[in-house]
Design a protein. Sequence first.
Length: 176
Amino acid sequence: MGILFIVALVLAWPTYGLSIIGWLVLMFFKSKNTADKSARRKEFVSVLEPMFHGRFADFYKALDVPLLDGFALTEKDAHQCGRHVMNYLAQNPEEAALFVRGLEKWRTKGTGILSDPVTAAETEKMYDAKGEIHLTAYRAIKAVMLNNSLKCFDAVNLAKLMENETLLTFQLAGRI
């Protein structure tokens, strides 16, 4: 955007200042778009966070995330990782929709209440029916690990996680 401002300044004299006005309009729409995205993310967080009931560590542990040999997962790291997964879902509406569809699949029949994420992840693991919950979480962990260097993910075996994610993607594509 800095280059566009310089171009607007250079063109200000021949365009009688219209280029600077155009740049200001462009900046206004860009900031409005950023504010809208931020508000949408906060809305998703306000919906997703209560579902976890503060049990981010339990959720992360229920995911059966592959760890590197010799590494142990602390409670603090598990909690942080679980929060990062929830934040990723809040920033990606398509992934959040898939996650909620997975929660819907594991809800108690006859009730309108979705399953909580910990129960859904544990149930998918227990019945060896890993689905939407594990897939969205694996995608979240992969994205966070590839785009950041967070200490809480140091124990994760990224290669094995990506292999599991690919396998789940193909399995779910075959079910649909």
